[in-house]
Design a protein around this ligand. Structure first.
Ligand SMILES: Nc1ncnc2c1ncn2[C@@H]1O[C@H](COP(=O)(O)OP(=O)(O)OP(=O)(O)O)[C@@H](O)[C@H]1O
Ligand SMILES: [Mg+2]
Length: 236
């Protein structure tokens, strides 16, 4: 148990094509992430951070190389298989929350469960649990516009964890928040790592946010550099 890494990248290259021109974004990446690691990913704008997250989450495929997540080689799966795999295994957290404005907090969080075979009653239980974890019990019937940015991000995190996914990917989750709300969201991310042993990959521009993670990696000119296992992990 737990011998297999959560994520294994081997020889991963990604290039985009515009007409005849190839734009290399990621070149020959190699990376192993253990189960339960909380990894922060930094790097200049355009260095390929979102591209890499998309590969890990099965939203996109590498041009060459292997992306193995939870023992599954994503490149070997059909589009349909990958969509099903994604809905069970990956929770997404975005910078701008991506909540649906005409749905309540409860309904937003329930969305990913509509793709499962859970009964209405089970869905309600899971949604309530997720909202409790993020500290938003009692806000079920509020619409996104009735919530602060930090609260909206909490709803988005509840939506990301409601299916109990294996992997959480977060693309600048505090990028649009003030310091105080950002700290609260980071605490929540840490809690998901500590208490629920989630494997988390978080892109951030903020060195203070990155310090919350157990490991820090930098992406520069298509390469991963500066792998740091951060001190807090040793203490726990
Ligand atoms: N669909 C696409 N088609 C063509 N080029 C793309 C596409 N998506 C991204 N790129 C290019 O790939 C490079 C990396 O983009 P990416 O979005 O991964 O960077 P990033 O590190 O997330 O940047 P930021 O910090 O600004 O979000 C950029 O040069 C971008 O223009
Ligand atoms: Mg990006």
């Amino acid at each position: 148990m737990g011998q297999e890494p959560a994520i294994a990248l081997r020889g991963v290259c990604k290039e985009y094509r515009r007409e005849q021109i190839k734009i290399p974004v990621l070149t020959d990446l190699k990376l192993t992430v253990d189960e339960g690691e909380f990894l922060a990913l930094m790097g200049p704008s355009g260095s390929g951070k979102t591209t890499l997250l998309n590969l890990l989450a099965g939203l996109d495929r590498p041009t060459t190389g292997e992306v193995v997540v939870h023992g599954q080689d994503l490149a070997q799966m059909s589009e349909g298989q990958i969509a099903r795999w994604r809905s069970r295994n990956v929770g997404f957290i975005f910078q701008l929350y991506n909540l649906i404005p005409v749905l309540t907090a409860f309904e937003n969080v329930e969305m990913p469960l509509l793709l499962t075979s859970l009964s209405k009653r089970q869905r309600r239980e899971n949604v309530r649990t997720a909202l409790r974890v993020v500290g938003l019990e009692g806000r079920e019937d509020h619409f996104p516009r009735q919530l602060s940015g930090g609260q909206e991000q909490r709803v988005a995190i509840a939506r990301a964890i409601v299916t109990d996914p294996y992997l959480l990917v977060a693309d600048e989750p505090t990028g649009d928040l003030d310091r105080q709300s950002a700290e609260e969201i980071l605490e929540l991310m840490e809690q998901l790592h500590r208490e629920f042993q989630k494997t988390i990959v978080m892109v951030t521009h903020d060195p203070i946010a990155a310090r919350r993670a157990s490991r820090l990696l930098k992406l520069d000119k298509g390469k991963l550099v500066g792998d740091v296992i951060q001190a807090q992990e040793v203490a726990s």
